[in-house]
Write a protein that binds this ligand. Structure first.
Ligand SMILES: Cc1cc2nc3c(=O)[nH]c(=O)nc-3n(C[C@H](O)[C@H](O)[C@H](O)COP(=O)(O)OP(=O)(O)OC[C@H]3O[C@@H](n4cnc5c(N)ncnc54)[C@H](O)[C@@H]3O)c2cc1C
Length: 394
């Protein structure tokens, strides 16, 4: 029995679904937001919360920098527990070879209107005294960090304030042709359904070109001021031709609590949330190679989470397949916190057929299409072959 009718049902109240529901509700659409668990309890709770401009491709740079601007505009309204902090990123060059990458990145950002400055070895040592001596860095001052589950909770509350109905905890069993059946057999109807289930999206919509990519993070006790920026290595230059499936990179974030988040790792083929101790050991050793003092800090928790990876490393946003009611907002890999607000905007323009602030074409799911999905889903990126920034980024 159909118990309620909506204009839009968003399935998944991670940061992406929450942002989408807020946007549809703000546009006057009668919206339901359904989640199997708690708001922001999926990858959103596992993510690092680095709001970062990334330049692996022009489309990625356009999307991340646009989304980053939306976060900066929203920042004054965010609650304190979202911990928005404009701490900036330091992309760290260990040697002269990596300084070449610093200069390349500086040029790309400048061309895109993104402020950045090159730091010498001495300037870097002053900015981050706990780093071992390095060749230099690129500082990107408008990158930020936030606490993703509380940001998702805020976006959900905003959606509710604007009239959206939160239905949780309720798992969706099937979603098609304007009908959403919950596991308790009740049914909801809508003109449009948005699958925002992150790395679980292919369970509801088979054939999506998404693979799960597991990541580990460690959080320490409180050490205020130990690092001041999000610190990310540029060391991928030397390991870009790695043939192993798994990778780690130096990536450390200061939390407003004084805690440090230590990442990052990437694994394909891991389906369970258990800890890979060998990979975790390699990740911590990598962090110690950059921040020798980190070995003396107390770690208090380790966890894993799953990124939703697409073959071209761009998300899937817009209509999908023959079912005219079905839309996607998934496939954000390691950038879904950053691009959640931009995703909501792109989704709205594809739903309402409006011209958006950025070109939605690179993110349209139709670049794959159901008929191509079988081949693409199995092709994926070659194990270990990563684009430039993603190997370092969380
Ligand atoms: C270790 C790690 C570090 C990261 N660091 C960063 C970072 O620094 N910056 C950044 O931008 N991104 C980062 N990411 C990526 C980011 O966390 C994700 O891209 C983002 O959280 C995806 O949000 P989402 O809403 O799409 O998915 P999720 O947060 O996973 O939300 C999906 C929701 O769907 C619900 N759901 C699933 N199936 C059903 C169903 N059948 N019925 C109802 N509900 C369902 C789940 O309960 C869940 O709440 C990181 C990810 C990881 C794993």
């Amino acid at each position: 029995m159909v118990s309620a009718a909506f204009d839009v049902i968003v399935i998944g109240a991670g940061i992406v679904g929450a942002a989408c529901a807020r946007e549809t509700a703000a546009r006057g659409l009668k919206t339901a937001l359904v989640d199997a668990g708690v708001v922001g309890g999926g990858a959103t709770a596992a993510g690092m919360g680095h709001v970062v401009a990334m330049d692996d491709s022009p489309a990625q740079l356009a999307f991340t920098s646009h989304s980053q601007r939306l976060w900066r505009e929203l920042a004054p309204q965010l609650p304190d527990d979202a911990e928005f902090d404009l701490c900036g990123t330091l992309w760290i060059a260990a040697d002269d070879e990596e300084m070449t990458e610093v200069r390349r990145k500086h040029g790309v950002y400048a061309a895109a209107g993104i402020a950045s400055e090159i730091l010498s070895s001495e300037e870097l040592a002053q900015a981050e005294p706990h780093l071992r001596p390095m060749a230099g860095a690129l500082r990107v001052p408008r990158d930020a960090v936030l606490y993703p589950p509380c940001a998702a909770a805020y976006l959900t509350r905003e959606a509710q304030r604007l009239g959206a109905k939160l239905i949780a905890p309720k798992r969706v069993a099937t979603a098609r042709a304007g009908r959403v059946r919950l596991e308790d057999s009740s049914e909801l109807a809508a003109g449009r359904i948005v699958n925002a289930c992150g790395a679980e999206a292919m369970r509801l919509t088979p054939g999506l070109p998404i693979r799960k990519r597991r990541g580990h993070l460690v959080i320490t006790d409180r050490y205020p001021g130990f690092v001041r920026h999000q610190l990310v290595e540029l060391g991928y230059l030397k390991s870009a031709h790695s043939t192993t499936a798994d990778s780690v990179a130096f990536n450390v974030q200061p939390r407003r609590t004084g805690q440090l988040l230590i990442g990052s790792s990437r694994e394909f083929g891991a389906e369970q949330p258990d800890v890979n101790h060998a990979l975790l050991g390699a990740m911590i050793a990598r962090a110690q190679a950059y921040l020798p003092g980190i070995g003396g800090l107390q770690a208090i928790r380790v966890w894993t989470g799953f990124r939703a990876a697409t073959p071209d490393k761009l998300p899937l946003i817009g209509p999908w397949g023959e079912d005219e009611t079905m839309f996607l907002a998934t496939g954000h890999e390691g950038l879904g916190i950053t691009t959640s607000l931009g995703t909501a905007r792109v989704l709205m323009s594809s739903m309402l057929g409006e011209a958006g602030e950025i070109d939605p074409a690179p993110y349209l799911p139709s670049r794959y299409g159901p008929e191509a999905a079988d081949n693409i889903a199995h092709a994926g990126p070659p194990e270990g072959a990563m684009s430039a920034g993603e190997q370092s980024h969380a």
